[in-house]
Design a protein around this ligand. Structure first.
Ligand code: PGA
Length: 240
């Protein structure tokens, strides 16, 4: 695990976008695993800038997102499909049929989970997976206690995750209770993983990750089982 401690959210975002841009230049058909939340927004902004300046293109690249809320349509402003459209896809040249996200309105959710695994398999796996981290150490929506070999599945969100995400909704009652998420086993199959964390609310989760031991109570610690992980944290999240 390679640790990069930076001074600010902006520096974290620039470094992350730089790693993604380089990977795209090396392999224009890159399969990118993407994340939602406040953390990657700055990274996406930097990628949009690089695209607008003609430095990178997503024309041949693919995206598979980590997760989606159950019950929200893609045009619901709090759905992750909508988020990705707003924060990245509508600003770059990735063809719509190259972008994948679990379907929160699928009539058969278990079938949707199987379909999503197949989408990833058919793309040849994820080349570079971008991750944020929850205050409880979750990655994707893999909450504490999730087995490290879990595949894409439906999860019941913990109260702490629903509280953390309530800021985006009118009230906590509107935050969905379930989500579809790539499993930890799915995530660990990505060839390269890039985890970002910024700000003091992530300090405890980052402290657990720094322990260096896989611990199912802190899902992100499964990344110690992976050989190719970059962690970019700002000083506030790192805790020194
Ligand atoms: P955040 O969420 O980027 O909005 O802090 C991260 C996460 O919950 O994975």
């Amino acid at each position: 695990m390679r640790w990069h401690v930076v001074e600010s959210y902006e520096e974290m975002s620039r470094m992350a976008a730089g790693i993604i841009a380089e990977a795209l230049e090396r392999n224009p058909r890159l399969v990118l695993g993407l994340a939602t939340g406040s953390t990657p927004v700055g990274t996406y902004r930097e990628l949009i800038k690089a695209f607008q300046e003609g430095k990178i293109s997503f024309k041949e690249a693919f995206a598979v997102n980590l997760d989606e809320y159950v019950g929200l349509a893609p045009d619901h402003p709090q759905s992750y499909a909508y988020f990705m459209e707003e924060e990245l896809f509508s600003h770059v040249d990735m063809p719509p049929d190259h972008r994948h996200i679990p379907r929160g309105l699928a009539p058969d959710l278990d079938e949707e989970c199987r379909r999503y695994e197949e989408v990833i398999r058919n793309l040849g796996g994820v080349d570079l997976q971008l991750l944020g981290i929850g205050v409880n150490g979750h990655i994707g929506f893999n909450e504490p206690g999730t087995p490290f070999d879990a595949r894409t599945h439906v999860v019941e969100l913990t109260p702490s995750t629903r509280e953390a995400n309530a800021r985006f909704f009118e009230s906590i009652d509107e935050v969905p209770t379930h989500a579809i998420t790539m499993g930890l086993g799915t995530i660990l199959e990505a060839r390269h993983i890039l985890l970002l964390a910024s700000g003091p609310t992530k300090r405890e989760a980052i402290r657990a990750l720094r322990e260096g031991e896989p611990d199912p109570e802190w899902p992100a610690t499964c990344l110690w089982l992976h050989k190719n992980v970059d962690v970019i944290v700002d000083r506030e999240a790192y805790g020194e």
